[in-house]
Design a protein around this ligand. Structure first.
Ligand code: SF4
Length: 382
């Protein structure tokens, strides 16, 4: 272990925890926006960034990601402040990716975000069907989503859209039709997620009360196959389990830092970060509730609520689970250098089942293997 490896990348994640309305499928750390003064939160985020800078030492940032929550509820000036602060503290590499996650309802502010320095917009379309958008509790309709996409394409060098599939009663023909329309919209990047019912989300209670039933696993797996085929044929090959880009330069550089086990400073309520210094790699979580976060930053100059040192084996397991997400997989030598021996018998079994390939020590999942990435990662790195 030799400290931070800049090849793995360094990014800055900013969590803006407010949303116009909390979606019933969401289990993120989010709060209804209401009418509130967000100036104290912005100040805390800027102070937290300074605290992180004191810990990381000098590095240049490959990417900034404003996520949430709904950071498109921020003003252009707030976004500009965050970007300027990161530039001042660390400096940005030339061409650094600066992403903001946006709700289509906030299209009127896209020009301001572009002027603030955002160059990649990730737009939460979720569906092109009004009834499904309503089911998902979204505040926009399909027409609004398409108008927002056009606006985004004129303002940012790269635009990603998110869609959710495997909704209750969604047929293969429904999804084929919706995705066929989506790939013709001219986005640079597609994030295509299967609906999952998370314990912290309102949908979990709805399913428990038997208001509706989730799609069966087998049908959801069929929709995943359709997703891969159709996106591939339309020129959006998958580069990760749920992510597709029309060219390598449109892949998410920030998410690549996660998948390569790089480092990222993470500010804002409940943000998770990683910091490697010397022989230590820390998993850091900021105070979750906005009020606690403000108090934490005021008291310590950092929002950190929990800090865990990852031992080499935990780091190796994280490299496996992250590395298996991307199509090129990971180098086995990257794991053994941390002292973990991969389970050779399980590797052979998964390869024989057509779920994994091992080419000259580079281990990657096949398309069907990616459907069960978590299980495979756990079994090969005991
Ligand atoms: S899905 Fe997105 S917009 Fe909806 S509550 Fe979660 S973070 Fe907010």
């Amino acid at each position: 272990m030799s400290g931070f490896d800049s090849q793995r990348g360094f990014g800055v994640y900013v969590h803006w925890p407010y949303c116009a309305r909390v979606c019933p499928y969401c289990d993120f750390n989010v709060y209804a926006a209401k009418a509130r003064d967000t100036a104290p939160l912005l100040d805390a985020i800027l102070n937290d960034l300074e605290g992180w800078r004191a810990r990381t030492g000098e590095r240049r940032a490959d990417a900034i990601f404003l996520g949430g929550g709904t950071p498109s509820l921020m003003s252009g000036a707030q976004v500009a402040n965050v970007i300027a602060k990161v530039g001042e503290l660390w400096g940005l590499k030339p061409g650094a990716e600066i992403t903001l996650e946006a709700n289509p309802d906030d299209a009127a502010r896209f020009a301001d975000f572009g002027a603030a320095g955002v160059n990649r917009l990730s737009l939460g379309l979720q569906s092109l069907d009004d009834a499904r958008l309503k089911f998902l509790g979204r505040t926009h309709d399909a027409a609004g989503a398409l108008a927002a996409l056009q606006e985004a394409r004129s303002k940012f060098r790269s635009v990603s859209i998110d869609l959710i599939y495997a909704l209750p009663n969604q047929t293969a023909a429904d999804w084929r039709n919706e995705l066929s329309r989506a790939v013709r919209l001219g986005a640079d990047h597609l994030s295509l997620y299967e609906l999952s019912i998370e314990p912290g989300a309102a949908f979990f209670q709805a399913v428990k009360r038997k208001n509706w039933s989730p799609l069966e696993d087998e049908r959801a797996a069929d929709l995943y196959e359709i997703t891969q085929e159709l996106a591939d044929a339309a020129g959006y090959p998958a580069y990760e389990i749920s992510n597709h880009a029309r060219a390598p330069e449109h892949q998410s550089a920030h998410n690549r830092i996660y998948w390569s086990s790089g480092d990222w400073a993470a500010v804002g309520p409940g943000a998770h970060g990683r910091l490697t210094t010397g022989s230590e790699r820390l998993a850091i979580v900021a105070a979750e509730k906005p009020g606690e976060y403000l108090r934490q930053v005021a008291a310590n100059g950092l929002g950190w609520a929990s800090v865990d040192a990852l031992d080499p084996l935990a780091q190796a397991r994280e490299r496996v689970s992250m590395g298996l997400r991307v199509i090129e997989g990971f180098a086995a030598s990257d794991i053994t250098e941390l002292g973990l021996s991969l389970d050779a018998a399980r590797l052979t079994d998964f390869a024989a089942a057509g779920l994994l390939t091992d080419v000259k020590g580079r281990i990657a999942l096949t398309r069907s293997g990616r459907l069960m990435a978590d299980r495979i990662a756990a079994e090969i790195s005991p």
